[in-house]
Design a protein around this ligand. Structure first.
Ligand SMILES: [Zn+2]
Length: 376
């Protein structure tokens, strides 16, 4: 079956599957295409924290063991027309060799490319299976990927083989990326009219902890043990947010919430990072909550998949990136993964997001070469 990658990208961009809304419709559309291509589909549905229905799918073509998984997400970050979109973000259009639209680059274009590559093969052609993984909520701590990792039988099977996360890398071979860590620390006070001096200001309780975290941040940005030279930049920072959600300035703030985000790299002792933060919070009488922990992705530069990728792309050596992907969740079970896809991450999450159409088409050929090499 022949599919056109630009046409298919347009079709799936047309669903405004922003992460705070449901992705069920667009995922069912994709499942329908995969079904026509002969894939067996496993659904991994769930309801998110806000009560919105979400759906991830794993498709399998062919039989046998090992093989290749091509992995993408179909949620997108919000597109606010006030951010300077020239046209409807979900009515994609081509101009100057580019396809514009929310998700064209991150990552419905790359997802469409993986499907178009798969469309060139029939189950009977394959000696090892081909899997297509499409997740919800990648932009929200990779929750869809966490569910797939925990519950999908087909994904567990796919982990015997290797995987490509098709996120935009300008077709460079990425063998490692940083993880993510999210912590929330809360101080509780007592609200009262500030004229009475009867309140307890939660922000004041937070200040000693913030002073310690400022020092800790200076350490993680300078000390050798928090450094990994394989990455640019070789350090990560504590991104420290502070919010009291106070509704009037003459009420003593009843709560103070500190959000802390960090991007761990391989070789960094994440347990120690969490522990130091927890102890500091407890010392100052604050509530500590670990919100999310996503592992860094790391596949050795001499792993067979990386060597194959260098050969098929013509890249001289693999590289690393500072952003995370669904790999943060998949890495728990899948040991050989790379990130490789069309488009530049610089265009992701922007107003008037675009992807170069020639790169999109080149990636269809490239993914087909991977399938040929690993599954045929
Ligand atoms: Zn993405």
């Amino acid at each position: 079956m022949k599919l056109d990658v630009v046409q298919l990208t347009k079709e799936i961009v047309a669903y405004p599957s922003e992460s705070q809304t449901s992705n069920v419709e667009v995922t069912q559309h994709i499942a329908g295409v995969l079904d026509q291509l002969g894939f067996r589909i496993e659904e991994v549905p769930y309801t998110d924290e806000a009560g919105v229905a979400k759906l991830s799918i794993v498709g399998k073509l062919g039989t046998g063991e090992g093989g290749l998984a091509l992995m993408s997400h179909d949620d997108v970050v919000p597109a606010n027309p006030a951010d300077g979109w020239h046209r409807d973000p979900y009515d994609s259009y081509e101009a100057n060799g580019k396809l514009y639209g929310r998700g064209s680059c991150d990552m419905k274009g790359p997802l469409a490319a993986s499907i178009c590559a798969a469309a060139r093969f029939k189950a009977a052609d394959l000696t090892a299976p081909l899997y297509l993984v499409v997740t919800a909520d990648e932009e929200v701590h990779a929750i869809g990927a966490q569910k797939v990792t925990a519950h999908s039988k087909l994904f567990a099977e796919a982990c015997i083989g290797c995987g490509i996360i098709c996120e935009p890398t300008s077709l460079r071979v990425v063998h490692a990326h940083k993880g993510s860590l999210a912590i929330q620390v809360t101080a509780k006070g007592r609200p009262a009219h500030t004229s009475t001096l009867k309140g307890i200001n939660a922000n004041l309780k937070m200040i000693p902890f913030l002073a310690e975290m400022k020092q800790f941040n200076e350490q993680v940005l300078s000390a050798r043990r928090y450094r990994n030279e394989e990455f640019v930049p070789p350090h990560s920072e504590w991104c420290i947010g502070i919010n009291d959600h106070n509704r009037a300035t003459n009420i003593s703030p009843a709560q103070s919430i500190c959000t802390l985000n960090y991007r761990p790299m391989p070789g960094i002792d994440v347990d120690a990072l969490i522990d130091t933060t927890r102890k500091s919070a407890e010392k100052h009488g604050l509530d500590f909550a670990l919100k999310h922990r996503g592992e860094p992705l790391y596949t050795a530069v001499d792993a067979p998949l990386v060597r194959t990728a260098l050969k098929l792309t013509g890249c001289r050596k693999p590289t690393t990136v500072a952003y995370g992907t669904d790999g943060m969740a998949f890495v728990e079970k899948m040991k050989q993964m790379i990130v490789l896809g069309p488009g530049d991450i610089a265009q992701a999450h922007t107003a008037n997001e675009w992807i170069q159409t020639d790169q999109l088409r080149a990636s269809v050929d490239l993914y087909a070469r991977f399938i040929e090499h690993i599954c045929v």
